[in-house]
Design a protein around this ligand. Structure first.
Ligand code: FAD
Length: 388
């Protein structure tokens, strides 16, 4: 009997090199003995900071009655990832407190970091802001120093994802963000002065009338992970998308074909290699991209003043950026490429794929290739019509 290639346990990340780790193990190690107390103290400081900055001091949104005769919810934030938490925190700070945040996932399982972010560290530099609302005590740095000490913060190179998840949980708790988990937004309809939203909870379908909706649904919220047509009909024991909960353990001793050479392709390749698979990565061009052009989007000039440009310039800029392939981060490439069971196939566009025996036969520009399993990392299709 075949073992399922889909795992119930959704968080599979690649393990860092023991000999050449991104973060030296001693750079963070176990939390300080009094970490809990220090984090509680930090939470209290955040509350005190917010009190000091209390303007406006009182709630000010006038209550509106909705089509069902009840008060409208002022804002529904859909998604309790870092974006949703930051938006909710900022609304509450502006004294817009009649809000609700929902997430389809259970508490602690929200966002990319709990599903298919398969790398062990966040790739952005460690000092980048998150949902901290510009309050120093609410930053990741403050959290890390409270939990692990100042020296540990100086020593880490990139933020470990497991820590980032804990930090987001601490932000949610500290700000007391009203989150309802296990609740999925199914439908939005304009009705009179409101939006009628249909939500699916664990046991029931619920209807709410709301004034404003913020979609903080993340990467997947504006489309879908793309699967070329010739792969769409393959069964799940032969093909998975990068975002699927792949059970890497059953890929040991198998020949895996990874379609794509971006960061996600690299992450999936390393997970498969570490599970004992032989991995073949396929690239359409004569080389994979090494430059990280998206990094231009994170200069303060871009972040602060992009909105000041005229529409045509903004369109041209974003069109160029979005059509540029995202390069594989160097630490990902070196770990995949350094593995003896890894091979990159360049100039190898796929023409078609068919089932052959227990595996697949891929017709590439360089000739046929047999594999046991395909991981398609062909990017994300930004198309809101793909979302219900
Ligand atoms: C593999 C990968 C690596 C990345 N690495 C980085 C990185 O290193 N640095 C960086 O800055 N960014 C990175 N990103 C981008 C990353 O997605 C964002 O920075 C971050 O996750 C955005 O947070 P978010 O809250 O907007 O979205 P998410 O973290 O994706 O959260 C969205 C939430 O919305 C919920 N949701 C979606 N639809 C519904 C619905 N209909 N009803 C209810 N809830 C819903 C989801 O369950 C989820 O919890 C990466 C993305 C990917 C895919």
């Amino acid at each position: 009997m075949r073992q399922s290639t889909f795992s119930n346990k959704t968080i599979v990340r690649w393990r860092d090199d023991v000999e050449n780790p991104i973060n030296q193990p001693e750079s963070y190690g176990p939390p300080l003995a009094d970490a809990e107390l220090r984090l509680d103290t930090l939470s209290a400081q955040v509350i005190a900071n917010l009190h000091t900055l209390r303007h406006p001091e009182t709630d000010w949104m006038p209550s509106l009655i909705g089509p069902d005769g009840k008060s409208l919810l002022d804002v529904l934030v859909v998604g309790a990832g870092q974006g949703g938490l930051g938006i909710a925190g900022s609304l509450m700070r502006e004294r817009v407190t009649n809000i609700l945040v929902i997430d389809k996932e259970p508490r602690g399982s929200e966002g990319i970091w709990n599903s298919h972010g398969r790398m062990p560290v966040i790739r952005s530099p460690k000092h980048y802001p998150g949902p901290d609302m510009g309050i120093p005590n609410l930053t990741y740095e403050a959290w890390h120093k409270a939990a692990y000490g100042d020296r540990s913060w100086e020593a880490i190179v990139l933020v470990p994802i497991d820590n980032w998840i804990k930090y987001l949980g601490w932000v949610r708790q500290t700000l007391n963000v009203p989150v309802q988990n296990n609740t999925e937004l199914l439908k939005i309809q304009p009705v009179g002065n409101a939006m009628k939203v249909t939500l699916k909870g664990l046991a029931k379908i619920e209807v709410l009338y709301v004034r404003r909706i913020v979609l903080a649904t993340g990467h997947d919220g504006t489309g879908e992970w793309w699967l070329p047509d010739y792969l769409a009909s393959l069964p799940t024991n032969l093909c998975a998308k990068a975002s699927d909960p792949i059970n890497f353990n059953v890929l040991a001793n198998k020949k895996i074909a990874v379609l794509g050479v971006g960061a996600t392709a690299g992450d999936n390749a390393i997970c498969a290699l570490q599970a004992g698979a032989e991995v073949h990565m396929f690239c359409r061009r004569d080389t994979h991209r090494r430059q990280q052009v998206y990094r231009w989007c994170i200069t303060s000039g871009f972040l602060r003043h992009f909105g000041d440009l005229d529409d045509a310039t903004r369109w041209r800029f974003m069109h160029y950026i979005l059509n540029t392939r995202m390069g594989m981060p160097p630490e990902t490439w070196s770990r995949a490429n350094g593995h003896p069971n890894f091979k990159l196939h360049t100039n190898s566009n796929w023409k078609s794929v068919r089932i052959a025996g227990d595996g697949v036969l891929i017709k590439t520009e360089q000739g046929p290739f047999e594999a046991d399993f395909i991981i398609a990392c062909a990017g994300h299709n930004q198309d809101v019509r793909k979302r219900p």
